[in-house]
Design a protein around this ligand. Structure first.
Ligand code: MRU
Length: 338
């Protein structure tokens, strides 16, 4: 299966699928330096928590290639400075900081630029491979939870494009299909950047998995009308009392609980935040234009303020189970040993 991002060993640089071009064009771009990576993260050329974890680690490998200075302390300080900038390119998905920190830790005792380059790239490749394996395991655990046939409602894109490959929420769907179950997906379009309509629908269609797109505001109505067997979403951060995911997820969880529909969260353990509770997490607030200039036309009168939070927090009380590569946790507190 194609990867969402990978290291181009011939040119010694990162390549990634530019997700801003989808669904019209499926093309990769070269990411030769830290500046280009930070831009790609901010405008969502690469996005989705697990993919951001790998991007963060590859970013440290890029920093190790572009940082100046021959003297080892100055060189290492340059790598760390660039790593800190990558780490804070987007605040909510914990995987970005996690990937950066893992690649930095892999430097260990290496002091020469060559040693640091080799160590950081090897760790980034390990993270990418681990992510692919974790998504497969999540898929296997999650697939067993779905009835046959099943209609699954999902939000945003927690598919192959949000990860290195396979996906978390859509990985569950893929694994169920691979196991012979008949699964179809309702993909909520996911205002304002339409990751559901543009990305989830694209990758499911490509894999011949039946998918229908609906406006986010239709989800509760579709749940009430019957025919939705489960809601399965990904996560950007699971802290000690809540799941952070794309804005709109919380509303789907409330509607699912009201209608007695199971609400599953599929995420690798790299998404767990052991240190924080929901109130401490910064929710990324994105620019006005994403809401006010949809499709190149003004849709909000000039001067009217806009709120554009990118994520929301769903309390554990609304989550039927969290599916990780280790298994299914109907009490998410157990993920934190409580
Ligand atoms: O703003 P995005 O597109 O990076 O947000 C991504 C999501 O909210 C996904 O649902 C989440 O990262 C899970 S990805 C497996």
């Amino acid at each position: 299966m194609d990867r969402t991002l990978w290291w181009d060993h011939d040119r010694d640089r990162l390549e990634l699928i530019d997700q801003t071009l989808l669904p019209c064009r499926y093309e990769s771009i070269a990411v030769p330096d830290v500046e280009a990576l930070i831009e790609a993260i901010r405008v969502l050329r690469v996005r989705g928590a697990p993919a951001l974890g790998a991007a963060g680690a590859y970013g440290v490998a890029l920093a190790a290639r572009t940082a100046g200075g021959d003297e080892s302390l100055a060189y290492l300080a340059g790598v760390r400075r660039d790593a800190a900038r990558i780490r804070s390119a987007r605040p909510t998905a914990v995987n970005l900081a996690w990937g950066v920190d893992r690649a930095l830790a892999a430097i260990g005792d290496a002091r020469t630029p060559d040693g640091v380059r080799a160590a950081t790239l090897a760790e980034a490749e390990r993270i990418a491979d681990e992510d692919a394996a974790m998504c497969r395991a999540i898929g296997t655990h999650g697939a067993a939870l779905l009835p046959d046939p099943a209609t699954v409602l999902t939000h945003c894109n927690a598919g192959a494009l949000a990860c290195v490959e396979w996906g978390t929420a859509l990985g569950v769907v893929r694994s169920a299909v691979e196991a012979g179950k008949k699964v179809s997906v309702i993909a909520c379009e996911t205002r304002p950047l339409l990751q559901g309509a543009r990305l989830s629908a694209f990758e499911l269609r490509r894999d011949d998995i039946p998918v229908t797109v609906c406006p986010d505001s239709a989800a509760a109505h579709l749940m009430r009308s019957g025919g939705i067997d489960a809601v399965v979403v990904g996560a950007d951060r699971i802290c000690r009392d809540a799941v952070f995911n794309k804005i709109g997820t919380y509303a789907h969880a409330i509607a699912a609980r009201y209608h007695g529909i199971p609400f599953y969260v599929a995420a690798p353990s790299s998404t767990l935040d052991f240190a924080s509770r929901a109130a401490e997490i910064e929710i990324e607030e994105r620019g006005r234009d994403e809401v006010a200039s949809s499709f190149g036309v003004e849709t909000v009168p000039p001067g009217v303020p806009v709120r554009n939070p990118a994520f929301d927090a769903t309390p554990f009380a609304l989550v039927t189970a969290v599916i990780t590569e280790r298994g299914v946790y109907s009490d998410p507190g157990e993920l934190f040993g409580s």
